[in-house]
Design a protein around this ligand. Structure first.
Ligand code: ADP
Ligand code: MG
Length: 454
């Protein structure tokens, strides 16, 4: 009688024949039969997303294949693997001191050719409901670059793993296809390369160089906003790569349609691929990430200390790491692990106290930057269409975040009277009830206002 491993192998082999590589990689990644008895099969899947797809879309075909091999099977159930998210637990734990040092060094090791950081891998990327679709798409791309999801566009707020995911994809492609020419470039660096090349009359050389790439990973594409010349050059490079089935992977802090001053033709190119977002990790995932980072940093912290961090830093994984670093230093200096009381003191300045940690200047500056406007235009009397709405959002945020009075808000924005401020705040808050784009913009702005990235 065929055993459960063989049975699942057969299902995978047959499904692969009738499914695109990307879908197969996305939905069947890390699936297996965990039990088979009394005519019942239990299939373990890595996340709820795969569970839904397998049970809705692939169930009949899986059942058919299984029944063709074992007639006794009547039911199939799917279960999300409860050990997930786990990431690095699969990795061998470093035991020797030298290995630990190696691990730390790796963090800063940048591959000279690809510009990829070895440290960012799928192995140490924790998966939760907030990033599982983005992860699945990135993983699929790493299995089959240049075809199904091209470009792959990943967006999400600051410190939530975009760069990690992009670099992990690049590293994995390098592992799977060692001959492929991969380049990782932050959009800002790309812009300055273009500017220099234009100045030195070397733009054609640069273009030829870029067209030879098999996988172009461009991080933080929102920085192209308003850079017309760079956008133009990028458009041509993008087309050349796309036409020859070279993979393009992009990240941004917002979806293409929310990037201001982005040429329409580029926007539609971006939208023509696969767009995935990364949301906010829930408490359990934050705990899993903290545990992963503790292992990497080789620091042991008590459960309640980790819980304190996970409960208080909710919107930025980089900040959670910052918190761990502080505790690590304390640990080293005092040779003891901090308890919750000490942790509270050590992390006091890192924790979020929204009403106190932002101010008028920061809100206005963030909004101007977000919509690619001049700060003065936002504050002036003008009725220009592209300014009116950002200004209303600014008024709304001064009210909601700082509880400013309407007359004071009106005065700040071109000496308008309080009824204008009331109108603006009500308009935005009403629209927020049913306009997902606006909700998204406001959330991104808020995240920036409180994340200290400006
Ligand atoms: P972003 O590019 O979105 O601003 P990064 O990719 O730089 O964010 O992530 C910030 C830090 O958080 C990095 O050190 C990264 O390793 C870590 N991080 C983010 N997401 C995850 C994750 N899912 N699992 C493990 N670490 C993560
Ligand atoms: Mg980044």
């Amino acid at each position: 009688m065929i055993n459960k491993e063989e049975l699942w192998q057969a299902v995978l082999a047959q499904t692969q024949l009738s499914t695109s590589r990307a879908s197969f990689a996305t939905w069947f990644y890390k699936t297996k039969i965990v039990s088979m008895d009394n005519g019942e099969i239990l299939i373990s899947v890595p996340n709820s997303f795969s569970k839904e797809w397998l049970s809705k879309k692939y169930h009949n075909s899986i059942l058919k294949i299984i029944r063709s091999l074992n007639k006794n099977i009547r039911t199939i159930n799917y279960v999300v693997n409860l050990e997930k998210p786990q990431g690095p637990t699969k990795k061998k734990q470093p035991t020797e001191e030298s290995e630990i040092n190696q691990l730390r060094l790796d963090r800063f090791e940048i591959n000279q050719t690809t510009n990829l950081n070895h440290h960012y891998t799928f192995d140490n990327f924790v998966i939760g409901s907030f990033n599982e679709t983005a992860h699945a798409a990135a993983w699929a791309v790493s299995e089959n670059p240049g075809f199904d999801y091209n470009p792959l566009f990943i967006y999400g707020g600051v410190g939530l793993g975009k760069t990690h995911l992009l670099e992990a994809t690049g590293n994995k492609i390098l592992e799977n296809f060692s001959k492929k020419k991969i380049v990782y470039a932050p959009a800002e660096r790309f812009t300055s390369k273009i500017v220099t090349a234009i100045r030195e009359h070397k733009i054609e050389e640069l273009k030829t160089e870029l067209r030879n790439i098999d996988v172009l990973i461009m991080d933080d594409i929102q920085f192209l906003a308003g850079k017309e010349k760079t956008q133009e050059e990028f458009f041509h490079i993008f087309n050349a790569l796309r036409e020859s089935n070279k993979q393009i992977i992009l990240s941004s802090d917002r979806p293409p349609k929310a990037i201001p001053a982005l040429e329409e033709r580029l926007r539609s190119r971006f939208e023509g691929g696969m767009i995935m977002d990364i949301g906010l990790p829930d408490f359990e995932t934050r705990m899993a990430i903290l545990k992963t980072k503790c292992e990497e940093k080789n620091i042991e912290l008590k459960g309640d200390v980790l819980e304190y961090i996970a409960a208080n830093i909710q919107k930025n994984i980089r900040e959670m790491e910052g918190a761990l670093n502080r505790l690590l230093i304390f640990n080293k200096m005092n040779n003891k692990s901090p308890d919750v009381e000490i942790t509270k003191k050590l992390l006091h300045s890192l924790m979020h106290f929204p009403a106190r940690s932002t101010n008028y200047k920061k809100i206005v500056q963030t909004i101007a930057q977000f919509y690619d406007l001049k700060k003065d235009d936002l504050l002036a009397k003008t009725r220009r269409k592209e300014i009116v709405r950002p200004r209303q959002i600014a008024m709304y945020l001064l009210r909601s975040e700082l509880k400013e009075s309407y007359p004071s808000i009106g005065r700040k924005f071109g000496g308008k009277d309080h009824t204008t401020a009331i109108y603006a705040c009500e308009k935005i808050s009403k629209e927020m009830e049913n306009n997902p784009n606006l909700i998204n913009d406001v959330n991104l702005i808020k995240q920036r206002i409180y994340s200290g990235t400006i």
